[in-house]
Design a protein around this ligand. Structure first.
Ligand code: XUL
Ligand code: MN
Length: 345
């Protein structure tokens, strides 16, 4: 199978974390950011994904101070031979965004969200990336009647337009998730987001990052979701991970729960030349709470290793046989063939 796919890998510093969950506190010491940076090269990762406040100490300092810190971060990246993949405004922790940002009922919250998004763009420019990722965590509802849902769609597009107009060079990647923290998220899937992208002032600059677990939480198949976005020329990044059923967002090791589902994602990425335009294979994976400090980066190394092993399987796939099963409509045996291929039989 010929492919122009190029795979280089990224993750976010939040993937090396203290292990707290909603029922219990930290179980590992915080790793200083400089030590996290060293992990990237050691594990063979090139790209760093940032939230705005991963890149600078605080976005609510003076603008000059924020830019100064962003410049220092760029130097630190250069020193390690790393690049910034994207910046994502973290709109879900500030008390003012308790009821959402772009779609909040409170105009002050909406203004805060727009201003903070512009700051994320300023930071991205300093770090040398054009990609802004939006995970609209609190855009949604707990109580159905609490908001005007039609107006929320309009406000969402207004937020996208504000960013697109603020900087004519940036690209926005929506990372959609159907629930958690909200009961019902607005714009719950990639398809919803792309339909809004086409309503913006510059649809060419609005695309998507698909996270495997988020698709699964929506009851969807990540590989099919990725192929859909690729058809639109809008799969600009991924967050590979895995997920055990429909519960909270688990961010498990890629392929560790459902190897065939992971294989299908690698197959779609490979067949469709993912990475040929510099896109990263991003991971968004949390070490499980039981993992001891010091070994709490294995989830990242292991996910990359599983991806590369699956890539070998994809490359060696007997596509002639695959086509035969397709044309004879013998999908039962096609399934067995794929399972046996995965088992090396
Ligand atoms: C949340 C999630 C975020 C985004 C970045 O579920 O995946 O970490 O990837 O804001
Ligand atoms: Mn993610």
């Amino acid at each position: 199978m010929g492919s122009k796919a190029q795979f280089r890998f990224s993750f976010g510093p939040w993937n090396i974390h203290e292990g707290a969950d909603v029922f219990g506190p930290d179980v590992r010491e915080s790793v200083p950011f400089s030590e996290k940076l060293a992990v990237y090269k050691n594990l063979g990762f090139e790209g760093v994904q940032f939230h705005d406040d991963d890149a600078v100490s605080d976005v609510d300092v003076s603008h000059d101070q924020m830019i100064k810190e962003a410049k220092e971060m760029k130097k630190a990246l250069d020193n390690e031979g790393l690049v910034a993949e994207f910046v994502a405004p973290r709109l879900w922790e500030h008390p003012i965004t308790a009821d959402g940002g772009y779609t909040a009922n409170d105009p002050k919250a909406r203004e805060y969200a727009l201003e903070r998004s512009k700051k994320a763009i300023d930071i991205a420019n300093e770090l040398g990336t054009k990609k802004i990722v939006l995970w609209p965590a609190r855009e949604g509802i707990y109580v159905n009647e609490s908001k005007d849902h039609r107006l929320s769609s309009q406000r969402f597009v207004h937020a996208l337009n504000t960013m697109l107009e603020y900087d004519k060079g940036i690209k926005i990647l929506g990372e959609m998730k159907p629930n958690e923290p909200m009961d019902h998220a607005y714009v719950p899937t990639t398809g919803h987001f792309l339909s809004l992208a086409y309503k913006t002032v510059d649809p060419e600059r609005v695309g998507t990052l698909i996270e495997s677990a988020h698709a699964i939480l929506a009851g969807l198949d990540p590989a099919i979701e990725m192929a859909f976005a690729i058809y639109h020329d809008k799969l600009w990044s991924v967050h590979l991970n895995d997920q055990n059923g429909l519960k909270f967002d688990e961010d498990r090791v890629f392929g560790a729960i459902n190897l065939k589902r992971a294989f299908d994602q690698v197959l779609v990425l490979y067949e469709n030349d993912f990475g040929a335009n510099g896109e990263f294979v991003g991971l968004d994976i949390k070490a499980i709470r039981t993992q001891k400090a010091g070994e709490a980066t294995r989830h990242l190394a292991n996910s990359k290793e599983i991806f590369l092993l699956l890539l070998d399987v994809v490359k060696s796939l007997d596509t002639r046989k695959l086509e035969e099963y397709r044309s004879s409509r013998n999908y039962e045996d096609l399934e067995l063939f794929i399972i046996k291929t995965l088992m090396g039989k």
